[in-house]
Write a protein that binds this ligand. Structure first.
Ligand SMILES: *Cc1c(COP(=O)(O)O)cnc(C)c1O
Length: 398
């Protein structure tokens, strides 16, 4: 028997819709199969092709692709010189990797609170967290909206800090008309399947600095070089290479690179559709005082990766958990982004306590991520809107 909706009656739809889904077409499949039939499965020609393409798409001078967005954050921190005893400022409203990358380097993540309207890291809170030990800022373009780059770059320049933009959500967004990816000291991307462009797994670091670029290449591949100029001993012959630092195997395969190249051809389409869905949601929810919309800074022309529904507790008789369950009963399967990083037991054991970022903590209590992906039909979008509206109206307070 069908489970009834919590508001009574039958659910708005009979099949489940999830919060994200990749879009793979025949071109993508052909691109991957072509690699499988070629001589190189890894370290082949697709890697350089993808790096060139990412430079074209973002306007950055250099791109280094790697195995994941997490690996990208790790090598970016290493290239920035983050080490034991340093502090790295980041937001708690993000995936754990944005802070873990500092821990990988022996540094301490310091959490700065967010702007309560945009949900992005608040530059004033960043400035207040700077100490002599601060080395870098990892700023996350949460949901795809650009962080306030002018203010953050100002703080970083003033204090001699490296600005790393965690752009896992940001591909397709522009800040003051220029694509994110070429604007911070380094920007990282993720190509996980829930992100706007996917390679199954994969990541990239973009930079305009030749020095960072050289270091990123080393850390991606064990700290090994074949560049004569970097070698410390005499060359023994054509087979010779040297390990001159401690790096990792963070390489991407050519299958992944081929898939991402093919996906990037569709970025304008992906971007346009996501913007359209966001406009439709915003329009539908603007008239409901039970809900608050994420606000955009005028500098950001945003390709949203996530659509965040924020509940207004004063206007609703139910809390986030009950709203979430009510949506599930309508077959709208949502998610919550994110649990504040320092809530995790691992971080608690490192001594982080609740209360450091009250705006981020309040946000976490009130949010639900609605379905948002390229392949959603107009009917899917309308179903989500009907379900949200139905629940918000049914459980309105007063
Ligand atoms: C997905 C994500 C990452 C990690 O990327 P992976 O490719 O999954 O390693 C890092 N930061 C943010 C904000 C993310 O959303």
């Amino acid at each position: 028997m069908e489970k009834p909706a919590i508001c009574g009656g039958t659910p708005v739809r009979d099949s489940k819709i999830h919060y994200g889904h990749q879009y793979i077409d025949e071109e993508d499949i052909r691109a991957v199969v072509e690699v499988l039939k070629s001589d190189y499965l890894t370290c082949g020609p697709k890697i350089g092709r993808l790096e060139e393409k990412l430079c074209r798409v973002t306007g950055a001078k250099y791109a280094v692709v790697c195995s994941s967005g997490t690996a990208a954050l790790h090598i970016a921190c290493l290239a920035a010189g983050v080490q034991a005893g340093d502090e790295v400022i980041t937001t708690p409203v993000t995936f754990a990797a944005s802070a873990n990358c500092a821990l990988y380097c022996g540094a301490r993540p310091v959490f700065a609170d967010i702007n309560e309207k945009t949900y992005n890291i608040d530059p004033a809170c960043v400035a207040a967290c700077v100490t002599e030990r601060t080395k870098a800022v990892v700023a996350v373009d949460f949901t795809g909206q650009s962080v306030e780059l002018d203010a953050l770059l100002g703080i970083c320049r003033e204090n001699g800090l490296v600005l790393i933009e965690d752009g896992a959500h940001v591909i397709g967004t522009r800040y003051r008309g220029r694509p994110n990816g070429s604007l911070a000291d380094m920007t990282t991307f993720s190509f996980h399947p829930v992100k706007t462009v996917t390679g199954g797994e994969g990541g990239a670091v973009l930079t305009n600095s030749e020095e960072y670029y050289r270091r990123l290449l080393l850390y991606r591949t064990h700290g090994i070089t074949r560049d004569r100029e970097l070698m410390e001993h005499d060359c023994h012959g054509p087979w010779y290479y040297e390990q001159i630092d401690l790096g990792y195997n963070y390489r991407m395969t050519d299958m992944q690179a081929a898939l991402i190249i093919s996906q990037l051809d569709k970025l304008p389409l992906f971007s346009a559709r996501r913007k359209e869905i966001v406009r439709r949601y915003d329009q539908a929810f603007a008239g409901l005082p039970q809900l608050a919309l994420q606000q955009e800074i005028p500098q950001s022309d945003t390709t949203r990766h996530l659509y965040i529904l924020r509940l207004v507790p004063e206007r609703l008789r139910i809390d986030r958990r009950q709203f979430f369950d009510a949506l599930s009963a309508e077959n709208i399967c949502c998610n919550v982004h994110y649990i504040p990083t320092y809530y995790f037991p691992y971080y608690e054991r490192l001594g982080y306590e609740r209360g450091i970022c009250p705006r981020a903590e309040k946000l976490y209590e009130e949010i639900i991520s609605l379905p948002l992906y390229y392949g959603m039909t107009d009917q899917d979008v309308e179903d989500v809107i009907r379900a949200v509206t139905r629940i918000a109206v049914y459980f309105e307070k007063g």
